[in-house]
Design a binder for this molecule. Structure first.
Ligand code: DGP
Length: 113
């Protein structure tokens, strides 16, 4: 299976505007932002989607979720933000590597399209 664009970002084969990194995850600005702040948080391990997570991923998933408010603070999203995980074709997932969209910097409407 060929490497996803996010795996290539993790391996520094293509550039990204990285805002946070640790042993387990990486966060960087989305190349096609849908809000003034639009950051993607991804695990470094190649999990293709939320559908492909298992019990063994519980600690990693907790780490990712706990990182989100810390990133929101770092990104100065004091007025709030939205977290989106697109899953599968109907969910609008286009990159087969689990990622959390963190969107903020303007009031976001509901429902999504
Ligand atoms: P999704 O549709 O949920 O799979 O979101 C994939 C997101 O990834 C989309 O908002 C655009 C972003 N994206 C795609 N390619 C790149 C890239 O090469 N660099 C960055 N920074 N973001 C990318």
């Amino acid at each position: 299976m060929s490497k996803t664009i996010f795996a290539r970002i993790i391996d520094r084969e293509i550039p990204a505007n990285i805002v946070y990194e640790d042993d387990l995850c990486l966060a960087f600005h989305d190349v096609n932002p849908q809000a003034p702040t639009h950051v993607l948080l991804i695990p470094k391990s190649p999990i293709s989607s939320l559908d492909e997570t298992a019990n063994d991923d519980a600690a990693l998933l907790a780490h990712l979720l706990l990182m989100i408010p810390r990133l929101a603070t770092q990104l100065k999203l004091a007025d709030g933000y939205r977290v989106v995980v697109n899953c599968g074709p109907d969910g609008g997932q286009t990159v087969d590597h689990l990622h959390f969209h963190i969107l903020g910097g303007r009031p976001l409407t509901w429902p999504p399209g």
